[in-house]
Design a protein around this ligand. Structure first.
Ligand SMILES: [Zn+2]
Length: 132
């Protein structure tokens, strides 16, 4: 009896939100070939933020001001761009199009209704619109 009581208490003491563990985006692993910068783990990054790699690529082309293209699992950017810059832009993408503003979780999906796009959170149900 006492043991069960202790178990119960121990369980109650586990915080609901793991406040210490923030959502980790894999860092971009890049290499340069001539004047082209490749993001080696681009497909992995896209998977972990649950977004279409083409959408993220479009965002990066625009934000970094360079054209590029997907090559298999890698993203080629036509310019010399440092890791730091790329990671910053990816983080921006995630905060704009992935993170839920209500609960701060990344478990969101993009939904379209007519001309509008929404980010819907699977964790708390909040949704917000954005311009694609
Ligand atoms: Zn949420």
């Amino acid at each position: 009896m006492e043991y069960l009581e202790m178990l119960k208490r121990a369980r109650n003491n586990i915080p609901e939100k793991r406040s210490g563990s923030r959502f980790e985006i894999p860092k971009a692993v890049t290499y340069a070939s001539g004047k082209v910068t490749f993001i080696k783990n681009f497909a992995e990054i896209s998977r972990s933020v649950r977004r279409n790699s083409g959408e993220i690529a479009k965002f990066l082309f625009k934000e970094l001001g360079v054209p590029g293209e997907m090559k298999g699992n890698e993203l080629a950017l036509n310019g010399k761009i440092g890791d730091r810059m790329i990671n910053q832009r990816i983080e921006e993408y995630v905060s704009q199009f992935v993170m839920c503003r209500e609960c701060g979780r990344p478990d969101t999906d993009i939904m379209k209704e007519g001309k509008f796009s929404f980010i819907k959170c699977q964790a708390c149900g909040a949704r917000r619109s954005f311009r694609p």
